[in-house]
Design a protein around this ligand. Structure first.
Ligand code: TMP
Length: 230
């Protein structure tokens, strides 16, 4: 069984899922697209190390094993077609939608749901939309909210130890064969906003065309290698 997205392929084989990270980088729901050699390997290893760090802190997720250079062996999940965004500081589409100042902190993590649908530009939805659209029950949505908020705070601490500020992030969740909701997919500079003394270390470098994203991703990977054992 094989699924292919913009930046990953997923194969389910012999009871495991294998996530193959591609060298593609996209923005604007795929409108902007480039291929950067080595990008898939960097995002795969950053995902592996951060998911391992979460597991070390007792936060369960899909990660089983990193298969160098760009593959993750994982627990198979039936994914919800959702992007679960957690904001610790204001940035990006929050400011575009509601205004405010970049970097302003929220007192508690803000969790937002978006439907994965490029043709509709990933529309934001309320929790109550999810059962109506047949995507998830209210209970499942609340479980994702709880987990997303806990994971965000744990990741904030993990990145703080490496010297980075975590501003916001996107998670994807799925269900195991026995009905447990688990964090899956990817945790990398593609899916986080990471800052250090005002410098940008995430996909905003590519979205805004303000430098070489691969140089920034490499620094994040090196920090992960220094701080998190696989
Ligand atoms: P946003 O401010 O553009 O809504 O993004 C919030 C966070 O989610 C940010 O860390 C980037 C991440 N993100 C993705 O991983 N994939 C996406 O398609 C979008 C729009 C955002």
């Amino acid at each position: 069984m094989l699924y292919e997205g913009k930046t990953k392929k997923v194969e389910v084989k012999d009871g495991y899922a294998y996530l193959y990270f591609k060298d593609d980088i996209t923005a604007g729901d795929g409108e902007k697209h480039d291929v950067m050699s080595g990008k898939g390997a960097m995002c795969a290893e950053i995902t592996a190390r951060t998911m391992k760090a979460l597991k070390d802190r007792g936060i369960d997720n899909q990660f089983i094993e990193f298969i160098s250079p760009n593959v993750i062996k994982a627990i198979p999940l039936e994914m919800y077609p959702l992007e679960v965004v957690v904001r610790l500081k204001k940035a990006g589409s929050f400011i575009r939608r509601y205004g405010g100042t970049e970097g302003e902190e929220f007192e508690v993590p803000l969790v937002e749901f978006f439907i994965k649908d490029d043709a509709r530009h990933d529309p934001m939805v309320c929790k109550k939309h999810l059962p109506l659209l047949g995507i998830a029950s209210i209970e499942e949505a609340e479980e994702m909210e709880r987990q997303a908020s806990d994971i965000a705070l744990a990741l904030r601490d993990i990145f703080a130890e490496m010297g980075y500020e975590l501003w916001d992030m996107k998670f994807e969740f799925g269900k195991t064969a026995d009905g447990k909701i688990l964090l899956g997919d990817e945790i990398s500079p593609d899916t986080l906003r990471l800052r250090k003394s005002g410098e940008i270390f995430d996909k905003d470098v590519y979205r805004k065309d303000i430098g070489d994203p691969m140089a920034k991703y490499r620094e994040v990977l090196e920090a992960c290698r220094r701080h998190i054992n696989l």
